[in-house]
Design a protein around this ligand. Structure first.
Ligand SMILES: [Fe+2]
Length: 237
């Protein structure tokens, strides 16, 4: 498993180079504009809780790896609540007719967010605990890049408005450790798992595919943020 975790770490460094993250770090742009992709990510963020509850979690279990996965799912299944809070906070909570909201969520411009969900469901449905761990490690790796960047914007916004974010914040980053669990010994336990040659090849492929769909999703967010100008200016408290 060690080689797989090393590959995930390498792909994480490549993922960090995506243009969305330089856009998010560009302080010459209004900080809310740098988070203006949030509605585009909604389908994925809202479904991520369900992925944890209904696909990754499997109870009861006698499998020690599945038991670790289960524990992890309880940490990750409710972050969408913080996302909804921040949408309000940042005034990205536009009033829409229900039919328009549905149209938006299933539109062309948010397609990669949905595809990401569908692929994650595909890779976790009836999957082995090893396959699930790979999905978790990749989502943690990409999430860590995303939230460490977003939390900085959250801080800039808080300094102006005095309103703290929870999703785009250190508060969130602190529980997204970048790994399945920050418990000591677990990392070593994962590294030491022995994989057959065939399983290792499948695992490599899974990591590559997962990073591809996360990259397409992330690029979609940038297009959205660049083409949807937000109107509001930050109000000082
Ligand atoms: Fe999260």
């Amino acid at each position: 498993m060690q080689q797989i975790l090393t590959l995930i770490e390498q792909k994480k460094q490549e993922y960090a180079q995506l243009a969305l993250f330089s856009f998010m770090q560009n302080k010459s742009i209004n900080p809310i504009q740098r988070l203006a992709w949030a509605p585009c990510a909604a389908h994925f963020i809202m479904n991520f809780g369900e992925l944890n509850k209904y696909f990754l979690r499997e109870e009861p279990t006698n499998d020690p790896i599945q038991a670790l996965i289960n524990k992890h799912t309880y940490e990750d299944d409710h972050h969408w609540l913080w996302f909804l809070e921040d949408l309000k906070n940042l005034e990205l909570d536009k009033l829409l007719k229900f039919s328009d909201a549905l149209k938006f969520l299933w539109s062309e411009e948010t397609k990669n967010a949905r595809c990401l969900n569908y692929q994650l469901y595909r890779y976790t449905s009836q999957a082995t605990p090893i396959q699930k761990i790979i999905v978790i490690e990749v989502t943690e790796a990409t999430g860590n890049i995303m939230f460490s960047t977003a939390a900085e914007i959250g801080k800039e916004i808080k300094a102006i408005t005095q309103k703290p974010c929870r999703y785009f914040a250190d508060f969130h980053l602190n529980v997204e450790t970048g790994h399945m669990t920050s418990q000591s010994g677990i990392e070593q336990f994962l590294q030491d798992i022995q994989l057959s040659e065939a399983t290792r090849q499948e695992a490599y492929e899974l990591v590559e595919n997962l990073f591809t769909i996360f990259t397409q999703f992330t690029n979609e967010l940038l297009v959205y943020a660049e083409t949807h100008k937000i109107e509001q200016q930050l109000k000082t408290a």
